[in-house]
Design a protein. Structure first.
Length: 286
């Protein structure tokens, strides 16, 4: 069994990003900027935003967190996004999800200028990713693909089982694997007999949020397992969706939680922000 070490690769990527930021500042007098909208006081969301801001600072990216109360109106969030869309110092806009139930998430995500949509959740970017055009790729599945690439894992022709079908994790994960010629099955909560699908898989990417969803009997010998899930146990420990202890001996490769996909997500967000800043520079020079 080999560990897919997302932490190590994320450090490497963050160093590359830092170098690119320095170059942009020196050569073009541009500092990439990321604006984050945090609505409400959910501790997990606040923690994720904190990690993203810290990573930005570490890489020399200007970051701004706009905090709003849980009761904020949809109109006020839209106003803030419009303000950020027109702010020339902001290259990337990220709305930390989930939003409160009274807010229409799609409406909010669609209000972000696609050129600043560094999370890659706008339909414009989703469509372009699906058609293999240049776009902002959602950071989590992007990070998974980079991790597989780092370990020379070619997904072409492999059976890939993606479990979880959200717009931000599962669906783009399936799309990226398909774009690299894997045979993809995407499962969701209504999938009948999940094990039937996972047992056929050379690669399993699971992002659901259920502790121990993937057990030893569901995995074939030599499979590659990517655990995207993040679950906090009562004792505060972070675990994924895979029963790591019993599944890992059967795998060729597996990501740990923590230290697998999580750090890659943040690294790819920084990479997307620098990409947006470079595109700003190109537009200015055009
Ligand atoms: P979500 O709730 O939007 O979607 C969950 C998906 O899982 C749905 O498609 C649902 O149908 C499916 N599902 C639920 N129970 C299932 C079951 N028993 N069998 C099969 N499918 C099932 O969640 P999300 O935002 O996509 O996040 C999923 C998980 O990934 C969470 O644990 C989240 O914390 C984690 N996550 C991790 C990162 C990271 O950087 N590692 C980033 C984003 C999300």
């Amino acid at each position: 069994m080999n560990i897919l070490d997302g932490k190590a690769l994320s450090i490497k990527i963050k160093e590359e990003v830092k170098f690119e930021v320095k170059k942009l500042q020196e050569d073009e007098q541009i500092t990439p900027g990321l604006a984050v909208l945090l609505v409400g006081a959910d501790p997990a969301s606040a923690a994720y935003v904190g990690m993203k801001s810290k990573a930005c600072r570490g890489a020399g990216i200007y970051s701004l967190v706009h905090e709003m109360p849980e009761t904020i109106t949809e109109a006020s969030i839209l106003d803030t996004i419009h303000m950020m869309n027109t702010n020339p110092n902001i290259d990337g806009i990220l709305v930390q999800l989930p939003l409160p139930p009274h807010v229409n998430t799609t409406l909010i995500l669609e209000a972000i200028d696609p050129k600043k949509d560094v999370d890659g959740f706008h339909a414009y970017n989703i469509g372009r990713v699906t058609t293999k055009l240049d776009a902002f790729i959602p950071a989590t599945p992007y990070g998974v693909m980079e991790l597989l690439k780092e370990y020379n894992i070619d997904v072409k022709g492999k059976n890939a089982c993606v479990i979880g079908a959200s717009n931000i994790v599962g669906k783009p994960m399936g799309t990226l694997l398909l774009n690299k010629d894997a045979t993809v099955t995407t499962c969701n909560i209504h999938t009948k007999n999940l094990k039937e699908h996972t047992l056929l898989a050379d690669i399993i990417c699971v992002g659901v949020g259920v502790v121990n969803l993937i057990t030893e009997d569901m995995v074939k010998e030599g499979a590659i397992i990517v655990d995207i899930g993040i679950n906090r146990l009562d004792d505060g420990k972070l675990v994924g969706d895979v029963d790591f202890k019993n599944v890992s001996p059967k795998c060729a490769y597996i990501t740990p939680v923590p230290g697998g996909v999580g750090p890659m997500t943040i690294a790819m967000l920084l990479k997307n922000t620098v990409k947006a800043a470079k595109q700003r520079k190109e537009r200015l020079n055009a």
